[in-house]
Each structure stands twice: as structure tokens, then as C-alpha cells.
Design a protein around this ligand. Structure first.
Ligand code: NAI
Length: 503
């Protein structure tokens, strides 16, 4: 017996409809129309996501030296991975797999209506070219689709206006100084956070209305900000935060204004960067309003592998003693991270990923301090978005021996991050519709607004106050699978397989 009953809105709607429909056939629930507003829309991730979804929607194909390519979703858990539902009784307990996206009704990423803000005013087609991530033949073709389907351009005869970001909140104190020349499209009211936040709220309402959306999700994929030092009376409660905004307090970051605006508009907010946007006051606001929050920092390449390898080393009974991570990259994110305060935010989120593994090891071994762990990030313009990551893991092994494992990752950073952005949005939207009921409660409840179920995609998961942070990738994925299974009435994944072991 499951301790809880979990159910999605569709399943309940379908069950209700089936109960009343004359032929007993469940009526499919309408799919909500969802908007996605990206903060940092014109960046490498934002422009790559938008162009890739347009390529899917218009079924574009493009050529490279090695042949013809079609759009795919590789790297996305929901769109490109499967879940084992159970075993066939007819064959040798052969497993049955289904695509994760088919376990429950989930939004189709290409149906997302995308908009957002950027402090750089470049239209999306130019932003995509500036990012230099997608192959040229695809860029060439997709540019004509980077237009606003809901607006015509006043200057040309009925032509669609190019997609352009809304003006963003720029505060030079939060991102690197080297971003200044990019900031040509900024909201007025500098130094007046309350007014800026009100404008972001109006932008969300306007976007929702213009595109006739049921709901909107806001995702921060803007540059990494410096962290704010937590201050009592400024960041600890919603009231303190509102007062600080009204009094033009300097320690209110632009990302906090976007997040507050989203919550006040009943719009979930996801933080894809490492800075500490999800302050205690903001988390309380999310709980008061029952609007989900998730963060921090996309867990794309190096850190994802680290959360697997550390789990492996410790689970194998080895004792990791040092972990050295070097990165160099040449995109705008790398340029921003070449500044000390912004690098510091990234260092903290990358470091945290081994924390639960360290705790697991400490319980059994004299290893309280955990492994030495250093992180280096260097800006190297020549490699562009193609990030290099070199990691060295040294572990103590049997009878005084040493084991050294070195990994070398090369990958376009944004092509790893975009599938995670898709999963974060698809799952955030789904979990807003999932309700649960405990055996002793009368009604269904929503899931906790601090959406720790999205941890698989995040380097430094923010979790409810009473919960432990889980960084290891395997357990994070199983938590997701198990909740999807529970929603369709299946037992949690269990690798006991007693039927194969019983004599
Ligand atoms: P990017 O530098 O290409 O794009 C960021 C965009 O944000 C820029 O267009 C910039 O003008 C805009 N921006 C900055 N501050 C803003 C504000 N206050 N309001 C509106 N727009 C603002 O960076 P990229 O590569 O797209 O990465 C975005 C974020 O995602 C970075 O913080 C990065 O650390 C984080 N991230 C990226 C990963 C990846 O690409 N694999 C992995 C993990 C995190």
C-alpha cells in the first residue's frame, strides 16, 4: 500500500469524465497553454532554446559535412529517456520501457510560447548568431521563424515583427563589469527596485494576455550574479524584502526582483544560475502563495558527472581524498565568470555537489573534512561555447594504495543546458498539476512549493527546510520516476526482484 495517493489533474478529470460519459470513454483533459519567460532570453542558452524549439515546430532539417540532420531532444530526461514500467510475465521477465513523457500527460516543448527579458536588445535571430552555438545551415533557416506570431511589424507590410526581448533590470553591481557594453536595453528607474519589480509584474501579465496563456513559468538564464550576504531585516521575510525594495536597499539583486514579481503573479520561478536568489523571504513568499520555486544552477556537464563519480567512489567503499576541477570556456558566461565575485557564486554551487556523499562517507570512516576540492574556471575566448572540463579524482584504496581517475569533457555548453531547461519547465508544469492525499486527510493537496523534485537538473538544489539535500544523480532520477509511477498507481521502483532470486 502506498502511504499517499498521488494523482494528476488530468487523471482526476479523466476519471470524473469517464464516470459520467455515456460510453464510459475518458474525455482527454485540455492541455493548458503555457508561456515561458526567460530572463536572459538573448543569451546563448535562451537563443539556442528558442531556435531549437522553432526547428522542431517547423521540422527543419540542415546539412553539415557529415550529412543531413533533423531536430532531436537528446539530453532531455523527459523527451529522450525511458522509464521501466515493469516486467512482462510472458517472456523471461523482460522489462517494459516507455518514454518518460508518455507516463503522464506532459506539455510538448514545441508548444511553449517563449518570451522574456534581456539587458541586450538584440533581436533573437541576431542573438542566436552572436551565440554561435547552432550549426550555420540551421541558423540560416530558422532565422525566419524567430518572429512574433502575435504581432505584426508596423514598418513592413503585414510582416511578422522579429522576436525581441523586453528590457531587463540592469545593476552593474551584480554582474561583471565586462557586461556593461552589452547592457543597451535596460529598464528605467535605476536604483528603484520596487518600481522595477512592478514593471516585471506588468510584463508577465501583458505576455500572458497577449498570447492568451493559461499559465506562465519564469526561468532565470541570465548571467551569474554575485551572491548577496544574507541580512536579517532585508532578506529573511517577505515583509522585510518588500520594505527593502521600497527603501531602495542596495542588497536586492535583479534576480530577486524577477523572482518576487513572478511569485506575486502566481508564476513559478526557476533559478538556472548559482547566485542565492532563492532567499529565505522569497521561499516563505512561495509557501504563502503556494507558487513553486526551484533552483539553483543548471547541472549540465562536469558537475553532473561529478555527482555520479563521487557517488560511485564512495559506494564502492573507496575514500576520495582530492578532487580538482579545471574548466576553460570562451562564451559570454565564461567572460562574466572571469570576475571574482561572480566566479565565487559558481564555485559555491559546484563545490556543494559532493556534500551528501561526504556526509555518507563520514558516517562510516574517519573522513570528517571530506576530500580536498578545488575549482578553477578560466575565460578562453578561442574555444567559444565549447567548454573544456578536466577533473582529477584521487582516492585512498586497499592497504595504503592510491587510485587516480581523470576525466576530460568537451562539449558545447548550451547544447547540454538547453535540454535541462526543457525538463525543468516540463516537469515544473506537470508538478503544478499533481496533487496528493494522505490516508488521514480529506482533500488533495499540492506538492510542496519548494520543488526539490527538480534536483536532477540542478547543481545546488534548494529543498524544503526539513528535507535533506540529495546531490547524487541516481537517487535524484529515481525520486522523479517514483513520483511519476505513483501518479499512475504503480509501486515505487524496487530492484529486489525476488521472483528471480527465490529458489
Ligand atoms: P549568456 O551570457 O550567453 O547569457 C546570459 C544573458 O543574460 C545575456 O544575454 C545577458 O545580456 C542577460 N542578462 C544578464 N543580466 C540580466 C538581467 N538582470 N536581466 C535580463 N537579462 C540579463 O550565458 P548562458 O551561457 O546563456 O548561461 C546563462 C546562465 O546559465 C549563466 O548564469 C550560467 O552560469 C548558467 N549556466 C549555464 C550552463 C551551461 O550553459 N551549460 C550550466 C549551468 C549554469
Amino acid at each position: 500500500m502506498l502511504p499517499h495517493t498521488l494523482v494528476s489533474d488530468e487523471r482526476r478529470a479523466a476519471a470524473a469524465a469517464a464516470a459520467t460519459a455515456p460510453n464510459g470513454v475518458p474525455t482527454p483533459a485540455p492541455t493548458p497553454r503555457i508561456g515561458l519567460m526567460l530572463v536572459g532570453w538573448g543569451g546563448n542558452n535562451g537563443s539556442t532554446l528558442t531556435a531549437a524549439l522553432k526547428a522542431h515546430a517547423h521540422q527543419l532539417t540542415w546539412r553539415s559535412a557529415d550529412g543531413v540532420h533533423t531536430p532531436n531532444y537528446l539530453g532531455s530526461l523527459t523527451q529522450a529517456s525511458t522509464v521501466a514500467l515493469g516486467t512482462k510475465s510472458t517472456s523471461h521477465n523482460e522489462k517494459v520501457y516507455v518514454p518518460m513523457k508518455d507516463v503522464l500527460p506532459m506539455l510538448d516543448p514545441k508548444d511553449l510560447v517563449i518570451g522574456g527579458w534581456d539587458i541586450s536588445g538584440a533581436p533573437l535571430a541576431n542573438a542566436m548568431r552572436r551565440a554561435a552555438v547552432l550549426p550555420w545551415d540551421l541558423q540560416r533557416q530558422v532565422a525566419e521563424f524567430l518572429v512574433d506570431d502575435a504581432a505584426t511589424d508596423a514598418t513592413s507590410d503585414g510582416a511578422r515583427a522579429p522576436l525581441r526581448p523586453l528590457a531587463g533590470i540592469y545593476d552593474a553591481d551584480y554582474v561583471a563589469l565586462n557586461q556593461r557594453e552589452r547592457a543597451d536595453h535596460v529598464l528605467p528607474f535605476p536604483g528603484q527596485p520596487w518600481l522595477q519589480m512592478a514593471q516585471i509584474r506588468a510584463d508577465i501579465r501583458g505576455f500572458k494576455q497577449k498570447h492568451a496563456l493559461d499559465r506562465v513559468i519564469v526561468l532565470w538564464t541570465g548571467n551569474t550574479e554575485r551572491c548577496v550576504p544574507l541580512m536579517v531585516g532585508v532578506h529573511d521575510t517577505p515583509r522585510a524584502m518588500f520594505r527593502a525594495m521600497q527603501q531602495n536597499h542596495a542588497e536586492i539583486a535583479p534576480s530577486v526582483l524577477y523572482a518576487t514579481a513572478a511569485l506575486l503573479e502566481d508564476t513559478p520561478f526557476i533559478n538556472g544560475s548559482p547566485q542565492n536568489t532563492l532567499l529565505p523571504g522569497l521561499q516563505t513568499l512561495a509557501q504563502i502563495r503556494g507558487v513553486p520555486l526551484a533552483g539553483d544552477d543548471f547541472k549540465s556537464g562536469q558537475t553532473k558527472l561529478k555527482s555520479v563519480l563521487m557517488d560511485f567512489l564512495v559506494s564502492a567503499g573507496l575514500k576520495p581524498v582530492s578532487l580538482a576541477s579545471y574548466n576553460h570556456l570562451g562564451n559570454n558566461d565564461g567572460h562574466n565568470l572571469s570576475s571574482t565575485a561572480q566566479f565565487r557564486s559558481k564555485e559555491v554551487s559546484k563545490r556543494g555537489v559532493v556534500e551528501d556523499v561526504r556526509v555518507a562517507a563520514r558516517e562510516n570512516f574517519d573522513h570528517a573534512a571530506g576530500p580536498d576540492h578545488i575549482i578553477v574556471i578560466k575565460y578562453m575566448p578561442a574555444v567559444g561555447d565549447s567548454k573544456r572540463a578536466i577533473d582529477e579524482y584521487v582516492s585512498d584504496i586497499f592497504m595504503g594504495g592510491k587510485h587516480t581517475l581523470t576525466t576530460y569533457n568537451v562539449c558545447e555548453d548550451s547544447l547540454l543546458a538547453v535540454p535541462l531547461m526543457i525538463d525543468l519547465v516540463v516537469l515544473m508544469e506537470l508538478f503544478q498539476r499533481v496533487k496528493y492525499q494522505t490516508v488521514d486527510a480529506d482533500g488533495f493537496q499540492p506538492l510542496h512549493p519548494i520543488a526539490s523534485l527538480l534536483s536532477y537538473m540542478l547543481k545546488a538544489p534548494v529543498v524544503p527546510a526539513r528535507a535533506a539535500v540529495v546531490n547524487a544523480l541516481g537517487p535524484q532520477r529515481r525520486a522523479l520516476e517514483n513520483i511519476l509511477r505513483a501518479c499512475v498507481g504503480l509501486q515505487p521502483v524496487n530492484e529486489l526482484e525476488l521472483e528471480n532470486k527465490a529458489y
